[in-house]
Every structure is written in C-alpha cells, then in structure tokens.
Design a binder for this molecule. Structure first.
Ligand SMILES: C[S@@+](CC[C@H](N)C(=O)[O-])C[C@H]1O[C@@H](n2cnc3c(N)ncnc32)[C@H](O)[C@@H]1O
Length: 259
C-alpha cells in the first residue's frame, strides 16, 4: 500500500526526530534539514527513505498510535502512551467492549480505546467542555476516520448517566469519587472501573470512596515507570532522562452482592 494524498505520515530524521504531516497536493515538508515535496512521498511505499533538498535522509512511515497521540493538537493534558498501554491491558479492553469514558479532553485515551474495542464495540464519552469534545472529535476523525460507534456527550459524569450496560468505565476527571454512584448505575456487575489521577491524595480519596461504596473488589493502585536504555558501543546504560511522573492508576471490579 503506497501513501496517498490526504493521508497522515510520519517523517523520521537520522536523529530519530519525528514529524507528523498530512500529505497535500502541492504540499511541501519543511525542517531545518531541508524540504521534501509531498509529491515525492505520495505513491511511495511505507518505509521509503527520501533525501531532502539538503541531502538529509528521512524515513517515511504510517504513523503509529503513539506518533499520532504525541503530535496531535492538544487542548488538555493527555494520558501518555506508557499509561495507556497499561490501562488497555489492566482494564481488559477487548474488541467489542462497551465502554463509558469520563473526561475526554484532547482524546488521547479515547483514541486508543476506540481503536481497541473496534467497530463491534460501543463508546460513550463525556466531557463538561464543548471545546474539548470538538478537539477530541477532530483528533479521532483524523486518526481513525468515521467511528459511528462513538458517542460524545456534553455533560458531567458526577451526575446521572443516562446510558446503561457498560463493561468498562474509564475516568480522567479531577474528582472521580463524585462519579462512583453514577458509574455504579451504568456499569454491569463484573465490570471494571479505572481512574487516572495525577496526585496520590486524589488516588487515596478515590480508593477510600470505592471501599466505602462496598460495590467494588480487586482494588489496585499503581504507577508506571518506563525507562529507556542507551546502547551505543560501550555506553550501555539507562537513559539519563525519563518521564518522572504522570499519574496513578486505580482499577477495581464491580461486584453483585446478594443478600
Ligand atoms: C486531563 S483532561 C482528560 C485528558 C484525556 N484523558 C486525554 O488523554 O486526552 C480532563 C478532562 O475532564 C473534563 N472534566 C472535568 N470534570 C468533568 C466531569 N465532571 N465530567 C466529565 N468531564 C469532566 C475536563 O473538561 C477535561 O477535558
């Protein structure tokens, strides 16, 4: 499959720096390492190595979800790929899953969820800000095309949620403990709730509220530390820099208590 007009591509220079661009008729990619006419990329296969006007080589690929997420326009802080990866697995997001999401923001987590559950899934995503919903809708459309199984709702997950029957609920809102009752109503027994929280005091408040509610078990709290390594000649060591802190992740499973 060769690159087509209007498609997104990622150009990677020899230092590994990535540039996300949409291929346009008559377009030109510019960087401090020279320019490349889009026409030279359109029609070429993924992985092509193309020299710029100054002779610098760029590899051109279809963007991965990480490329797209890290480069797409932002309106809020986002959930980073290291946390998203764990959320997808720990919250067990499977193809066909029905997912409620609270706190859409830029749509970084939403993108990964929509892609993971696929066309057989259902996603209902709430945000209290219309501009956030518009930004996320644009980002999802640009990356994944039309997604008829995604419903974006303007509203608060702290208030009653009209939809029912979700298998998973994902929260990136400042006070998720206020969402426990509405989530409990909307989530099926056996369903999994996950909250992402930047501060441990928020995480503690959420866990305490889950315990107090008495409708959840298997409550787990974790953070994800990802460290790159530098492997060059005899220099074989961890990278000097890493992302120190993003947020805490809490997972819990809804029970169906019988009296
Ligand atoms: C940090 S952003 C979410 C970022 C998003 N997870 C991402 O990866 O791009 C938090 C969002 O929660 C929204 N929010 C705050 N309170 C809310 C509530 N009660 N219900 C729904 N959304 C809420 C904010 O408007 C904001 O867009």
């Amino acid at each position: 499959m060769t690159f087509k007009e209007e498609e997104f591509v990622v150009l990677v220079d020899k230092q590994g720096k990535r540039y996300l661009r949409r291929l346009r008729k008559g377009g030109r990619f510019h960087s401090h390492r020279g320019y490349i006419e889009h026409a030279r990329i359109i029609g070429s296969p993924p992985g092509s190595v193309i020299a710029s006007s100054t002779g610098e080589e760029f590899c051109v690929f279809h963007p991965t979800l990480i490329d797209y997420t890290m480069k797409m326009p932002r309106k809020s802080g986002i959930i980073y790929p290291k946390d998203t990866g764990i959320i997808l697995v720990w919250a067990d997001l499977f193809p066909g899953a029905e997912v409620l999401l609270g706190g859409v923001g830029t749509g970084a987590l939403l993108l990964a969820v929509v892609r993971q559950v696929g066309p057989r899934g259902r996603i209902v995503a709430y945000d209290v800000r219309e501009d956030m919903l518009e930004c996320a809708a644009r980002n999802v459309r640009n990356c994944l095309g039309e997604t008829p199984n995604l419903t974006l709702r303007l509203g608060s997950v702290y208030e009653a949620i009209e939809e029912r029957g979700f298998q998973r609920a994902l929260l990136d809102v400042p006070e998720p403990w206020k969402a426990i009752d509405p989530i409990c109503e909307a989530l099926l027994p056996g369903g999994i709730v996950c909250a992402y929280l930047p501060s441990i005091t928020q995480a503690d408040a959420f866990v305490s509220a889950l315990k107090e509610r008495g409708s959840f078990t298997l409550i787990e709290t974790m953070e994800v530390l990802l460290r790159d390594w530098h492997l060059t000649g005899r220099s074989v060591r961890p990278s000097h820099r890493m992302v120190g802190h993003t947020g805490f992740l809490i997972f819990a499973r809804k029970i169906n208590r019988q009296f």
